[in-house]
Design a protein around this ligand. Structure first.
Ligand SMILES: CC(C)(COP(=O)(O)OP(=O)(O)OC[C@H]1O[C@@H](n2cnc3c(N)ncnc32)[C@H](O)[C@@H]1OP(=O)(O)O)[C@@H](O)C(=O)NCCC(=O)NCCS
Length: 188
């Protein structure tokens, strides 16, 4: 079952980050990181070819209201995004009547390995479990995505299952899926 998420001006704060709704004037920062080779491919999307493509996707983020911009407290620069995606149809039966979402994230390549994805994920997990009462969150990564695997481990997700997946690069790859429950007794 999908948990509800409709961002209406919510702002989540952590030590170095602000998670907030996307705005149209984030376009420059968004295009800057989303157009870089080697970023989107790890999350199964291709680098943006031009700023118009970024604008279209940004408008979609604003409309769907399930995707936070990750802004640096210090510089106000947007360095990534973190989202609460709909639970994929094929996994719904795994979670029975529990409510939750899939966690997804991306950080600008210029800012990798400084703990930002983990910090953002922990802030959002806290919000989902403590304020929104979600029962679970799940997260998955391509087998070769060691950085994302590490973020998932640092957020205390538990390995759940693996499956084969057809990627945007036209490869068939192994994906590892992990789950984090709000309360241990709610394990499906
Ligand atoms: C995955 C991603 C979000 C991580 O962001 P980040 O801010 O660099 O993450 P963090 O700094 O919180 O953690 C990264 C961890 O990966 C580790 N790491 C980096 N390269 C690694 C490698 N080749 N093998 C193993 N671990 C690696 C880092 O050391 C760090 O762990 P540590 O804190 O224990 O040292 C970022 O790389 C990214 O945006 N990638 C492209 C999009 C993507 O993959 N999204 C996720 C889809 S599932």
């Amino acid at each position: 079952m999908n948990a509800e998420i409709t961002l209406n001006g919510e702002i989540l704060k952590s030590e170095r980050l602000i998670l907030r709704s996307w705005k149209l004037n984030d376009l420059k920062d968004f295009y800057e990181y989303a157009s870089v080779d080697g970023v989107g491919q790890m999350a199964d999307w291709m680098p943006h070819k031009n700023i118009e493509e970024s604008k279209e996707i940004l408008l979609h983020f604003i409309e769907t209201k399930n995707n936070f911009a990750i802004e640096l407290v210090e510089s106000k620069k947007v360095i990534g995004s973190i989202s609460l995606e709909l639970c994929k149809e094929e996994f719904k039966k795994d979670f029975k009547n529990l409510s939750g979402r899939e966690l997804g994230y991306v950080i600008s390549k210029d800012y990798w390995n400084r703990g930002y994805a983990t910090e953002a994920a922990k802030a959002l997990i806290d919000y989902c479990f403590k304020e929104k009462g979600y029962d679970y969150l799940y997260c998955s990564h391509l087998e070769r995505n060691y950085k994302s695997k590490r973020v998932i481990e640092k957020c205390n997700f538990t390995f759940y299952r693996e499956f084969d997946y057809d990627t945007v690069l036209n490869t068939r790859e192994k994906v590892l899926m992990y789950v984090l429950y709000n309360k241990q007794e709610e394990r499906a």
